[in-house]
Design a binder for this molecule. Sequence first.
Ligand code: DAH
Length: 335
Amino acid sequence: MSDVFAQIDALLAQALSDLAAIASPADIEPYRIKYLGQSGMLKASMKLLGQASREQKPALGQRLNAVKEQVTGAFETRKALFAEDVSADRDYVDVTEPGKKLQLGNRHILMKVVDELTDLFARMGFSVAAGPEVEDEFHNFVALNIPESHPARDPNDNFYLAGEAGAGGQRLLRTQTSTVQIRVMQTQKPPIRVVIPGRVYRPDTHDQTHLSMFHQLEALVVDKNVTMVDLKSTIMQFIHGYFGPAAKARFRPSFFPFTEPSAEVDVWFEDRRKWVELGGCGMVHPNVFKACGIDPEIYSGWAFGFGIERIAMRKYAIDDIRHFVENDIRFLRQF
Ligand code: DAH
């Protein structure tokens, strides 16, 4: 007879350990059916009473009832715990939970800088012009007073395109936005006051301050009685307007075939404690005017071409020009 009690103990132990193993609400009902249902194991164990002698029946009955109560009680408790933990239910929505932030893309920092620059120059009365990135020798060199023999035309310093030369000579990726000065003067009559943001290409080795594709901001002013004073004061107005009134800049005499006189403009990078060249400027050369059908006896003008990446690096304290093209999301997200 004692093995009947042992069977009941084993059943209880198994029922409790199965209960403890329930991991999801989906397991609750199968458990109930297996142990507590109409044809469940507890019900089946009642058959043991039939095998017991008359004297043993009361004790065995009591034991069976106690086990049934214990399993039922433990089961109800376990079930209630799941009911409280509503988040385990797949259809549950907590309307008080803070919303998930969507990962929105944003404009590339360089394009933002282009917008800031064209806005600033728009306030100084400049309109925006554009021209093609695939150019010809006429616009990239000839009209800009850069003769055939000039080292700037060396195939090693330019991306010439394969194929037949057209009316404007060999085609190439423009090395400077100065090409658009020519296109503007060919199509517009003075007074002219334009800025030209755009991409330029040079076969340079990439390093901290050089890329083979970068951006320039070109400016061109053509009118009667335009002087070097206008050039210098406009550039200083831009530098103080964009970098702040304390920004320091300097002009160094230089040479460009398309301007005379010419200068280079440096800005002081406080974080690096050194001067960094922004680009060149000068008074438009009479030969450039002539190439575009503008009379240099009547009109004068000035121009500049600055590196936009360098401007952005000075403005936002960016230490390496390669960041602009590496597409590192940690860099891009900062702006
Ligand atoms: N095009 C020159 C360069 O890429 C920069 C430059 C110098 C532009 C003088 C100008 C200028 O408009 O007047 O190095």
